[in-house]
Design a protein around this ligand. Structure first.
Ligand code: GRF
Length: 217
């Protein structure tokens, strides 16, 4: 179990200003869409400053472009080493100086440079109740194990795979006739609500990460 570098607490926003976040995606982007929809209301307090991806031609990027949000692509294959890719991704995100980075279906592990710059202020969403079923197949692994309750977890990214300090979780019952698709879709409905609610509170109220404890005042 590791903890992210302590980059200090993120303070509550002052006045009615918007907090900038950068969202990273790799796929369909329904979690991103939920954030974009919420951010359309200034009372939400969050501006999606940019959307980044590790690949072209995904619906997540199309959603951002339709919303008029700047996008960038940072593909591993375009860099000589994984470290080079991580450094380039860090620079591209840093250009928007976000108070929070949201990994929303981003299927890559960020590396040391990224964590040095954005550790403690990067969150990821995972379709299982951590610490159970980390990795790419959370819903499939939950079904295979036979659990009766699974869910979604929002956590602060550290160097591990879905191991970081937990910000929020929500439970989803597993139904007898669930398959991987139906279970994941029901989790995603809950996951989007959890993401929108929690990211909004983190940006408006600020938050602290102390060891494994995440506090939103
Ligand atoms: C989400 O369930 C996320 O937790 C997982 O992949 C899914 C992405 O969905 N890593 P979307 O691209 O936001 O629709």
């Amino acid at each position: 179990m590791t903890t992210p570098p302590d980059n200090g607490p993120v303070p509550a926003r002052r006045g009615e200003g918007l907090r900038d976040v950068v969202v990273l995606v790799s796929g369909g982007g329904t979690n991103l869409q939920a954030l974009l929809d919420a951010a359309a209301d200034p009372a939400y307090g969050v501006r999606v400053a940019a959307v980044g991806a590790d690949r072209e031609d995904i619906e997540g990027l199309a959603r951002a472009r339709r919303a008029g949000i700047p996008t960038f692509v940072c593909a591993v294959a375009d860099h000589a080493t994984r470290e080079d890719w991580d450094a380039a991704l860090t620079e591209q995100v840093a250009a928007y100086d976000p108070c929070l980075v949201v990994l929303a279906g981003f299927m890559r592990l960020t590396g040391a440079a990224f964590l040095a710059r954005f550790g403690g202020r990067t969150v990821n969403t995972h379709p299982a109740l951590s610490p159970s079923f980390p990795g790419m197949q959370g819903p499939r692994d939950a079904l295979a194990y036979g659990v009766k309750v699974t869910g979604a977890t929002l956590f602060v990214v550290d160097a591990g795979v879905d191991t970081g300090p937990i910000v929020a979780q929500a439970a989803v019952p597993v139904l007898d006739d669930d398959d991987e698709r139906t279970l994941h879709e029901r989790i995603k409905t809950v996951e989007r609500e959890l993401l929108v609610d929690t990211v909004g509170r983190m940006c408006r109220e600020g938050f602290t990460v102390t060891g494994r404890k995440v506090t939103i005042p």
